[in-house]
Ligand binder design. Structure first.
Ligand code: ZN
Length: 186
């Protein structure tokens, strides 16, 4: 993979447009990009703010110190009190960069070891989010089956998940989990 490629974020209906402007498509990843010979300003609409932001879009996270943090919240749709989880890493490597104490959201894929460890939380499964127009692993309400948006959970006024995650002594809430997979960090 060439390092002087600039990758573009192109919705399917705009593919013809970027192709006409000179963008190329990587045959393996199916990602659109421009080479160093192209003027990036013509493609600014499809570029992230900076390269760093682009790397944040999808991270591959490996952690040997990950926990499942659970919290009770109200379902946004039916208002039932439900248990939701998030994955909290005391330490980990995200795309080569060491990170400490972070939660992981918008998980697009997990390895089989992590999937097995999340089996007790059957309501945490892959689902389609209307909000982000994407499929990812998310909590679901066991009563009305509504997908509980990661964004919603993490931005609750009292931030139940983040508070629980930070409480590392809460052994009943934190279950060691090991795994890796391409995920996005919230
Ligand atoms: Zn519900």
């Amino acid at each position: 993979m060439s390092s002087n490629r600039l990758y573009l974020y192109v919705p399917p209906e705009e593919e013809a447009e970027v192709e006409a402007l000179g963008a190329l498509r990587d045959p393996e990843s199916a990602c659109w990009y421009i080479g160093s010979g192209e003027d990036p300003t013509r493609f600014s609409k499809w570029l992230e703010e900076s390269d760093e932001d682009a790397q944040d879009e999808e991270l591959s996270i490996t952690s040997d110190e990950a926990y499942v943090a659970s919290a009770t919240v109200s379902c946004w749709r039916c208002r039932a009190r439900i248990v939701v989880i998030c994955i909290y890493c005391a330490s980990g490597i995200a795309s080569g960069e060491p990170l400490a104490r972070f939660t992981v959201s918008h998980i697009s894929a997990m390895d089989s070891a992590l999937v097995r460890q999340l089996e007790p939380w059957g309501t945490f499964r892959e689902g389609y989010s209307e909000g982000s127009q994407d499929s990812y692993f998310a909590n679901h309400c066991p009563h009305c089956r509504a997908l509980q948006e990661d964004l919603y959970l993490h931005s609750e006024p009292d931030q139940p998940l983040l508070q629980r995650s930070a409480r590392r002594t809460g052994r009943d809430q934190a279950h060691p989990a090991r795994g890796k997979g391409p995920v996005e960090r919230g």
